[in-house]
Design a protein around this ligand. Sequence first.
Ligand code: EPU
Length: 421
Amino acid sequence: MEKILIRGPVKLTGNVAVGGSKNSLSAVLPALCLKETGTVGIIDNVPDIEDVQSFQTIFQELGMELFYDNKERRITVTGEIVNTQISKESAGRIRASNLFLGALTASRGLAVIPFPGGDRLGGRPQDIHLYVLEKFGIEVSEREDAVRCKATRFPLQGQKIFLRYPSVGATENAILLAAKAVGDTYIYNAACEPEIIDMVIVLNGMGARIIGAGTPIIHIRGVEQLRGITHELIPDRLECATYMVAFAITRGKGRIYGVIPEHNFGVISVLRDSGVDIQYQDDVITVDASQRELQALHIHAQPYPGIATDIQPLLSTLAVSCCGKSYIKDSVFPNRFWQMEPFIQMGISIKQTSDHLEIEGPQRFHPAEVDGGDIRTSMSLVLAALTISGETIVDGYEHIRRGYENFACKLQALGAVIEIM
Ligand code: EPU
């Protein structure tokens, strides 16, 4: 397994460009399965990340072709679904494999999808997805570690659905099921993440009739057929926030290009309250933490537009170097805090209460060999390592590669000494 060696400390300085959104891609690709045949879709601004290969295998298994041109950052999807089953291995590589429950049942009335993979974030049930499927009159059974779906009436019929929690994936599955269902569907308490809006832009571009994406009530009027589409993915707000935190934690300064600042107002606000100077104009965010003593953070990860749970571990890492007591709460993945284990190995003292963490700063990380275990924790450890005098080894390259394109090159260009071993 490859490891990441980081030699610190460094003050990151310079410019960095952000790639297309991983989680948007995860929603958009299953949506393309709703078109019958031919060239289904061309997706631009696709990040060069490991998850692209995972989708490639899934499309192959479905009988379709997904071609990725990594120079052009373009995916072309062609063909038609000839198989409604995904292998255990492919489903287990990514979380978004469970979006093929909605995509395949919507287009063929059948789906067999083994339990999905993705980051271990402390229990990731699928009950809301299954509830949505059943609401559409789909027979759902769980056998041999797979969810099996069979539509009792096909085409599906529009429904009124209330989600007990605004799950991103369950909202996406509900939209997929509704796009070609007969009549109207209303999704109440829908997730409002920008990636949902991006998925709906794609579906509407294919001929769907969906309004309200980005709000808690989404209305879908089903259409019979969808056409092909060319679409450019939105920038990855999580990658953007990562570089904002990277400049802040190393007390550096720089510009982040190709972003939508509005998608990160929560993080911008938390960083500014701490003392980081952040300016933005058009698609550029400027971060300057070089002259500042940063103050403690109040972080509460919540569904969008709250602070993303994916940024919580990165902000927690920053909290270590801030003055005073930081409070960290995660209402999206409350059990994510076991991920603080490697930080303790790096000498950090953290108080865990029943529902939040407290970090009294400033403290210093100490060099160690640590294992991240998922995308965001592994990246947090890399950022922590940038502040340490000496060598730190992070096991977790395979996780970071799933979500961050060229992260080592991008950090090197900002002055980091980092190599993949
Ligand atoms: N939940 C349930 N039942 C369900 C579905 C979700 O209880 O049926 C709970 C989860 O256990 C969790 C909360 O609802 O406590 C939120 O889960 P959600 O379904 O919204 O998450 P997801 O769709 O599985 C996406 C992103 C994650 C991101 C979350 C939350 C993708 C591919 N993944 O996951 O991204 O953390 O939304 O914003 O879009 C990452 O990028 O590192 C990542 C893990």
